[in-house]
Design a protein around this ligand. Structure first.
Ligand SMILES: NC(=O)c1ccc[n+]([C@@H]2O[C@H](COP(=O)([O-])OP(=O)(O)OC[C@H]3O[C@@H](n4cnc5c(N)ncnc54)[C@H](OP(=O)(O)O)[C@@H]3O)[C@@H](O)[C@H]2O)c1
Length: 474
């Protein structure tokens, strides 16, 4: 494998500490990095290489990654970590970065392979790419054979307009095939398995349409609040943080057509078509199809406006207006400080045409379901009705269950590990293309517009969200 350097912007932040360094450590331990690779962290703080390595060591002790904390591997790993003080808005820092890259490669910095990871607020992106370009570290028109890739964190923009502006700014410095827009959900084994489950089994796909499916429910619930990320959450809110990306990406994986082949663009073409087909909400349907909530106590959180109207919960009924899904409701619910932490997709099938068995409404609770739990468990369950033992002929729901951890114990990579590896090898299937980003913003912008300033409803901590949310199930 040819040598390359990973340059992390925001290397002292939460994401870098909890997810990126543990994943790079795993890449190192599993032999996915070349001999002379380097990881260069940047941030505003004035740290020596040694002081920065100590912060990485502490981060790894707290979050050791999938492979656990490995004392023997840690010293050689830390030796390949470096730090450059860099304020994103100041050009000199980028020249220091250039020099650090040159020192390491022993050649002109522009010829080396570089993977940039932007673990900073996406609003800082235009500044970063412009300054990289000015320091000779941009992606286009490289004078020699080195490659450049840039990984950009979600949310990509705040709305359609800003997403387009961001893309135009990044597009001036990097080609589309060098840009990797990450949504870590797409790196999860259970999410990637949605495609495999649907398209490698002959029995589900023929039923996977409006003729046999009565509804799809997608739930992304967390039993904790915003922790200490008040400033970030006030800027973003749940619609931008979860619905625009994770929730709509899950919806697209469930609803997409089979791709022509497994190339990145064939798969992303199909997902993009689904997002384009989602019916945009209007003020006329917002009252019955959308409920936003805010958990009680949110306004007392650190760095939160005491009069904040930012939503921490959303329940939304979507329709996908295409041949396959016409009329099938997709219920999406997501929130903070709910009763449990769980991401789950439930596909409910229609009842048989006649109900022979009691109790009389039994199809309501014995209707066939495919239940995909994305996290914390990694399971797929099939629900069906079966005869309850006894004299009466009555049905009860039972489940057949597959659990990743039972069938494949100890296997699997974390989402960031997998996606970093994909970016290094240039596989873009699980990164979001700009057209999908824009369609998803169209959906979210329509929701915001349809709500026309409606306030989020308060809900008690560790509840199911506002009571009115059940209204979206019509
Ligand atoms: N945290 C997560 O679990 C998570 C999950 C998914 C996506 N994300 C996304 O990842 C991004 C980063 O999130 P985070 O939680 O890591 O944020 P964070 O904890 O606030 O960290 C922000 C980082 O950016 C650096 N930074 C900010 N302004 C800078 C400037 N002017 N010059 C140089 N460095 C600057 C900070 O460095 P210094 O303060 O040291 O200078 C810090 O390292 C966000 O877009 C977020 O949406 C985060």
């Amino acid at each position: 494998m040819e040598n390359f350097s990973i340059v992390i912007f925001g290397a002292t932040g939460d994401l870098a500490r909890r997810k990126l360094f543990p994943s790079v450590f795993d890449l190192f331990r599993y032999g996915h990095l070349p001999e002379e690779y380097r990881v260069i962290g940047t941030g505003r703080r004035d740290l020596s290489h040694e002081a920065f390595r100590r912060t990485v060591l502490e981060a790894l002790r707290a979050s050791p990654g999938a492979g656990g904390f490995d004392e023997e591997a840690i010293a050689p790993f830390l030796r390949r970590i470096f730090y450059v003080r860099l304020d994103i808005s100041e050009p000199e820092g980028y020249h220091r970065l250039h020099r650090e890259i040159m020192d390491a490669s022993g050649q002109s910095g522009v010829c080396t392979h570089l993977l940039y990871y932007l673990a900073v607020s996406p609003g800082l992106l235009p500044l970063i790419v412009r300054n990289l370009q000015a320091a000779g570290l941009g992606g286009k028109n490289l004078p020699c054979r080195g490659w450049r890739k840039i990984i950009v964190e979600k949310p990509f923009g705040r709305d359609l307009e800003s997403a387009r502006a961001l893309n135009a700014a990044v597009g001036e410095v990097f080609n589309e095939d060098q840009i990797f827009r990450i949504d870590h959900y797409l790196g999860k084994e259970t999410v990637q398995n949605i495609l495999v489950f649907r398209f490698s089994n002959g029995i589900f796909e023929p039923l996977w349409n409006r003729h046999y499916i009565s509804s799809v429910q997608i739930t992304i619930a967390e039993d904790f609040g915003i922790r200490d990320r008040g400033a970030f959450y006030e800027e973003v809110g749940l619609l931008r943080d979860i619905i625009q990306n994770h929730a709509l990406q899950l919806l697209a994986s469930v609803a997409m057509e089979p791709p022509v082949d497994l190339s990145a663009d064939s798969v992303r073409d199909e997902k993009s078509k689904v997002l384009r087909s989602i019916r945009r909400h209007t003020p006329a349907d917002a009252g019955t199809a959308i409920v936003l909530g805010q958990y009680e106590g949110y306004r007392e959180e650190k760095d939160v406006d005491p009069r904040s109207e930012v939503e921490t919960f959303a329940a939304i009924r979507f329709f996908v207006d295409n041949w396959r899904w016409q009329g099938v409701p997709f219920y999406v619910k997501a929130g903070k400080n709910l009763g449990e932490t769980r991401t789950r997709i439930v596909i409910t099938f229609k009842c048989p045409p006649q109900n022979f068995f009691g109790p009389s409404d039994s199809c309501g609770y014995t209707a066939n379901q495919v239940v995909m739990t994305i996290q914390p468990e990694e399971t797929i369950a099939l629900r069906f009705g079966t005869k309850r033992p006894g004299e009466a002929v009555e049905t009860d729901p039972v489940y057949m269950k597959f659990d990743y951890r039972d069938s494949f114990p100890g296997e699997g990579l974390t989402a960031y590990h997998r996606l970093l590896l994909d970016a290094i090898t240039g596989d873009r299937m699980n990164f979001i293309r700009q057209d999908s980003v824009e369609h998803a913003w169209e959906v979210v912008d329509a929701i915001r517009h349809a709500l026309d300033g409606r306030h989020p409803e308060p809900y008690p901590i560790h509840s199911d969200g506002p009571a009115s949310a059940s209204g979206i199930y019509g």
